[in-house]
Design a protein around this ligand. Structure first.
Ligand code: BT5
Length: 204
């Protein structure tokens, strides 16, 4: 079996599909995606050469999405915080996102971070792409095998969601209340209810 690889591509529909074929420890990075994906069939848009666009092949971990958020926020550095479940935020604006796709024997962690351009209303992170890639690689290697309790504690420290009044769209209804905590599974606790998937809107 071949060892981990670093694959650099000028352009690709999405780095996620390339990464699926590679062993744990590999990374796929590109200048441009023609069909970059977010969660739930949403699009991830970045003009060529303006963003870090990478997919990391990692071992599975029960809190991988939060662990990847922690790794990415730390790699981005000062002022970059986390909005549940895993948006990278600069103040109130989104600077990056994370898409975790779990396979039988590994997981693909896709990370997009705006560097020199961002869509209207979004933010950029002031970092060099290659330096950020290396720092991300190191932090992901550490956090993807960390104790779940350590991931949860660090996520809480980096969160801009906890303590806020939020709105969550659930199937068939809307829940509003204070985001009190995340539970052991990574679900957001809003007014006593545990929300395991979805999008939150920070109110006020
Ligand atoms: C995410 O989805 O935030 C996960 C994004 C993951 C992108 C990486 S890039 C490398 C790898 N290969 C891929 O194909 N994907 C991964 P979600 O939480 O669903 O947010 C998507 C929403 O963010 C969109 O519907 C837009 O509203 C917004 N958006 C799109 N592009 C953006 C950008 N460059 N900056 C900020 N917001 C953006």
């Amino acid at each position: 079996m071949e060892g981990p690889r670093t694959v650099r591509l000028d352009s690709v529909p999405s780095t996620q599909e390339v990464a699926r074929e590679l062993p744990i420890g590999s990374v796929v990075v590109t200048d441009h995606q023609s069909a970059g994906r977010g969660r739930l069939d949403r699009r991830w848009e970045a003009p060529p050469g303006t963003a870090l666009l990478a997919s990391f092949v990692l071992p599975r971990h029960p809190l991988l999405s939060l662990a990847a958020g922690v790794a990415a926020a730390e790699a981005c550095g000062d002022g970059v915080r986390l909005k549940w479940p895993n948006d990278l935020m600069v103040d109130t604006r989104k600077a990056g996102g994370i898409l975790v796709e779990v396979m039988q024997d590994k997981a693909i962690v896709g990370i997009g971070i705006n560097l020199t351009a961002a869509p209207a209303g979004a933010a950029t992170v002031n970092q060099q792409r290659d330096a950020l890639l290396e720092s991300l690689r190191a932090r992901l290697a550490r956090w993807s095998v960390a104790e779940p309790s350590a991931v949860l504690d660090r996520w809480r420290e980096l969160s801009v969601t906890l303590g806020r009044t939020v709105r969550v769209e659930l199937p068939g209804r809307v829940l509003e209340g204070v985001a009190e905590d995340i539970d052991d599974t990574g679900a957001l606790v809003v007014a006593g209810e545990h929300v395991s998937a979805g999008d939150v809107i920070h109110l006020r």
